[in-house]
Design a protein around this ligand. Sequence first.
Ligand code: BEZ
Length: 210
Amino acid sequence: MALQLGDEAPDFTSDSTEGPIKFHEYLGSSWGVLFSHPKDFTPVCTTELGRVSALKPEFEKRNVKVLGLSVDPLQSHKDWANDIKETQGHALNFPLLADPEKKVANLYGMIHPNANDTLTVRSVFVIGPDKKIKLTLTYPASTGRNFDELLRVIDSLQLTAKHKVATPSDWKQGGDVIIVPSVSDADAKTQFPGGWKTLKPYLRVVPQPK
Ligand code: BEZ
């Protein structure tokens, strides 16, 4: 059965461009993003890895460690890294797992045989400090991901892990949020002393808590 939200992220050991990685140990108390791309030396993947390298400070700000993966061998990743630096203006600055035996790819269900039975699709797993899966995304090979959206989702995951709120459609850091329905008005008075706006009894809008 496919990995689902709330499942423990399977642990593994893998070679990477930054040496062998024991996944859980590597994450420590950080959040994690594990994402796969179909193949080295391909155009969309090149832009994706350049973009993630450019956004590394944004991931670090959020205490997130990022790992990429494809089923290509380590030397291929290392050779391709030169092209990423040359064409994207950012050198690869996070570990790229080399998974030619498809050990991690199979563990995480990153190969979707009806799309391609040998290559990984564009999977994303966001993992919390408790090692539980908080978000999954799957894109086909033909569509590059929007990593600003991934950061936006991580902001929501981190906020809602800390406060009893949910984030509305298209929410961005600093925008108003919603008090979750399980919080009574009486409890909300303690948790949101600045008050909120009730549009419907189930739709209570409050400024984003700090
Ligand atoms: C790409 O990254 O451009 C790509 C990879 C595999 C299939 C199609 C496109």
